[in-house]
Design a protein around this ligand. Structure first.
Ligand code: AMP
Length: 191
């Protein structure tokens, strides 16, 4: 079983690459951002709560996010493995994810980070906002807040996974195909 975390700042290409990795290794792709957006589109209670944070570019509280993530994993008892995209984003999420997977005799195989310069990300996100209509991609101050949230709360996870020898970084700039191949190389060499 392969359980991967795709790690990187907002706009680094996690969602795009997760789809290719999912197909190649037959994994279930769980994007916490996508699940929140789905709930917002259906006007669920979870969606309403998540929206109040997402609209500002803040992280949704750990308790809510973890509960949702666990429910998503439980939906696929026969999965070959998972690719987590946008989760974990805090130390608490990472620790609880480890405990949760352990309780199912599962574990994280590796974390792969897409490295992209911050200035490039702001331009990418503004462009993505024009096409997708994502409100959190349309406003520079919200984007900056998401990057600040990442630097403050998510970046410390790099050391968490490095200390377990599970952290790999790849250059996230270039053709989409080339980036996928870099990810496949890391997976195939280190599994
Ligand atoms: P994303 O689609 O991954 O860029 O996520 C969009 C937004 O959803 C983030 O800015 C957060 O507000 C929220 N979100 C997604 N995943 C998480 C998470 N693991 N923890 C807290 N908030 C999250």
């Amino acid at each position: 079983m392969i359980n991967l975390i795709l790690f990187g700042k907002p706009g680094s290409g996690k969602g795009t690459q997760a789809e290719f990795v999912k197909q190649k290794y037959d994994l279930v792709h769980i994007s916490t951002g996508d699940v929140f957006r789905f709930n917002i589109s259906k006007n669920t209670e979870l969606g309403e709560l998540a929206k109040s944070y997402m609209d500002k570019g803040d992280l949704v509280p750990d308790k809510v996010t973890i509960k949702m993530l666990e429910a998503e994993v439980e939906k696929f008892p026969n999965a070959n493995g998972f690719i987590f995209d946008g989760f974990p984003r805090t130390s608490t999420q990472a620790q609880i994810l480890d405990d949760f997977l352990n309780s199912k005799n599962m574990s994280i195989s590796m974390t792969i980070a897409l490295e992209v310069d911050e200035n490039l990300l702001i331009d990418r996100l503004i462009n993505r906002g024009k096409d997708s209509g994502r409100t959190d991609d349309q406003d520079k101050s919200k984007i900056q807040n998401r990057l600040d949230e990442y630097n403050k709360k998510t970046a410390p996870l790099i050391d968490y996974y490095k200390s377990q020898n599970k952290f790999f970084e790849i250059d996230g700039i270039g053709e989409i195909n080339d980036i996928s191949n870099r990810i496949f190389d890391v997976i195939d060499k280190n599994l």
